[in-house]
Design a protein around this ligand. Structure first.
Ligand SMILES: [Zn+2]
Length: 198
């Protein structure tokens, strides 16, 4: 009986020790050229002891062509998954990081704009797009978001239709119109909320 109790205690101990090991994986994407990595971290008690990054998408080399210098890469995290350590392999959950939520539209709009820039061979609207993204979805957005949220709200106000409308664009004229409409939407927001422009 005593032996059985010890065996059970050891099993329970091993089980709970196993729970302290977690695998955390997430995507990280450059918010300028959209270079994308998949990162896997092994953690014990929440502390990472192993990390592996795998390139998932090279992004758009067109960044260098358009801006005349290589992208300096500013990575933001996106979707993530978390599971209890190797031997148990139980899933705990998956979802989107706060950064992933805040930068989703920026990444989508820039991605569509690169593709348009390739098909139309036009770079000016792409440059304008990235400049506007740096106003409404700057790399410090997560920090800003915990303070004044007007920047995020103005950006989202503009980005919703911007992302949708870009999908139907065929010509440079249409592309410029979509950008103008997005700027007008953000202006509307500043007026309605009586906020200063950034
Ligand atoms: Zn980059």
């Amino acid at each position: 009986m005593k032996k059985l109790l010890i065996a059970v205690a050891i099993l329970i101990g091993v089980f709970f020790a196993g729970l302290l090991f977690q695998t955390y994986d997430y995507g990280k994407t450059c918010i300028y050229c959209l270079r994308d990595y998949h990162v896997v971290e092994e953690q014990f008690c929440g502390v990472t002891f192993y990390r592996k990054s795998k390139l998932r998408d090279e992004g758009y080399p067109r960044y260098e062509e358009v801006f005349g210098h290589p992208c300096e890469h500013v990575y933001k995290t996106g979707g993530f998954g978390r599971s209890i350590g190797g031997i148990w392999g139980g899933g705990i959950g998956c979802g989107m990081t706060a950064e992933g939520v805040l930068f989703r539209q920026r990444k989508a709009i820039i991605g569509l704009s690169y593709r348009l820039s390739e098909t139309t061979r036009e770079t000016a609207p792409l440059i304008t797009t990235i400049e506007l993204m740096d106003i409404w979805f700057p790399e410090t957005l997560l920090k800003d978001f915990s303070g004044d949220t007007s920047l995020v709200s103005a950006g989202q106000n503009a980005a919703f239709s911007w992302e949708n409308d870009l999908q139907d664009v065929q010509t440079v004229e249409e592309w410029n119109t979509v950008i103008k409409n997005a700027q007008a939407k953000a202006e509307e927001y500043y007026d309605a909320m009586k906020r200063p422009r950034p």
